[in-house]
Design a protein around this ligand. Structure first.
Ligand SMILES: NC(=O)c1ccc[n+]([C@@H]2O[C@H](COP(=O)([O-])OP(=O)(O)OC[C@H]3O[C@@H](n4cnc5c(N)ncnc54)[C@H](OP(=O)(O)O)[C@@H]3O)[C@@H](O)[C@H]2O)c1
Length: 322
């Protein structure tokens, strides 16, 4: 049993990590602001029901308050997002002052560790600065390089954040863009598996001061692979939905979309799109890199083909009931 603080436990990935850690017998505390405790009552109740203790505070709390919370734990896992990514340096400073932290997981959960900051500067810049602060402070750490989350990448068949493409709406849009050749392989993992691997890494000496890449062999897929998995299930097995029309987007067309993006968020999404599906994120692993499915061999991760199949099966069962 390890005493773990999760920051961002009311969020998408943070809630999965906090609950997974509690279910594995760790003593989990979630740092939740008082505002969030009143706005997200159900989420906070779900954390409490999972045996998680709530500590009131946020990355905006003063350093003294953060130090006091950190002194009660040995491991910190941050899963904050947006503007809070840049505030993590405050958590690092508090961890340094507390002196109790044996492992710090900053909010990474992306491909940053594989491809660096330049391709997606708005999102990866604060992640890079957090790493610099952790290393300068000498705080032991693990960086989880999770690559794409399934609901962001698999549901859109490789087009980022098209969450409604799968399962198929029979009357919906049946056009699917593919970028470049559509054959660049990238990694997609289910959120639950990312949480599970992160929790397995708690207290594991093999991942201290290392990058933990989650690259399970069956989850390296190209857009054409994803489209094939979809069509195999929908047309050959179930005979539902519309045929997909594959619509190519060249690198220069995507570059033009990036330059003309109306705002930073849209630009960041398009830069991620390029990094994953054209430039590629499958850089070779180095001496400081460990691959999760290789060291946690007994864990049965979900192949993305199964994830897509299950999504469609549930949809088809609903159709049959209606
Ligand atoms: N690879 C991928 O495909 C992918 C996709 C999505 C996200 N991610 C990454 O995963 C990580 C988590 O993202 P997410 O989507 O799970 O985030 P999210 O759902 O937006 O949740 C963010 C969490 O951070 C908390 N938070 C925000 N500001 C805070 C502050 N000042 N102090 C303390 N807590 C604060 C939020 O609390 P309240 O809202 O309750 O205040 C919430 O619990 C990020 O690093 C993100 O880049 C990766």
């Amino acid at each position: 049993m390890v005493k773990v603080l999760v920051v961002g436990a009311t969020g998408f990935l943070g809630s999965a990590i906090a609950k997974e850690a509690a279910s594995k017998g760790h003593k989990v505390t979630a740092l939740v602001s008082s505002e969030s405790q009143s706005k997200k009552k159900e989420d906070v109740q779900a954390l409490k029901s999972a045996g998680i203790e709530i500590a009131t505070g946020s990355l905006e709390s003063n350093t003294h308050e953060l130090v006091n919370v950190l002194k009660t734990v040995e491991v910190v896992i941050s899963a904050v997002n947006g503007p809070a990514l840049a505030l993590q340096t405050r958590l690092v400073e508090a961890a340094k002052q507390a002196g109790t932290i044996k492992q710090f997981f900053p909010s990474e959960f992306s491909a940053f560790g594989a491809i660096g900051e330049d391709s997606v500067p708005l999102l990866f810049g604060p992640k890079a600065k957090t790493r610099q602060a952790i290393e300068a402070a000498g705080v032991p750490h693990t960086y989880v390089v999770s690559y794409g989350l399934a609901s962001y990448w698999a549901n859109g068949l490789g087009e980022l954040s098209q969450k409604d493409r799968v399962p198929p709406a029979p009357t919906g849009d049946n056009k699917v863009p593919y970028f470049g050749t559509g054959r660049t392989k990238f990694v997609i993992n289910m959120e639950h598996d990312i949480a599970a691997y992160t929790v397995m890494a708690i207290g594991d000496e093999r991942v201290i001061n290392k990058q933990l890449h989650i690259r399970p062999p069956l989850n390296m897929l190209s857009q054409h692979d994803l489209i094939y998995i979809y069509e195999d299930k929908v047309f050959r097995q179930l005979c539902i939905g519309n045929r997909l029309i594959r619509s190519p987007v060249t690198e220069s067309e995507l570059d033009a979309q990036i330059s003309g993006a109306p705002d930073d968020i849209k630009r960041t999404f398009l830069q991620l799109q390029k990094a994953f599906t054209i430039s590629g994120t499958m850089t070779p692993l180095g001496a400081n890199d460990v691959e999760a499915s290789a060291i946690y061999r007994d864990y049965h991760y979900t192949p993305i083909a199964k994830y897509i199949n299950d999504l469609i099966s549930r949809f088809s069962a609903q159709l049959a009931e209606e």
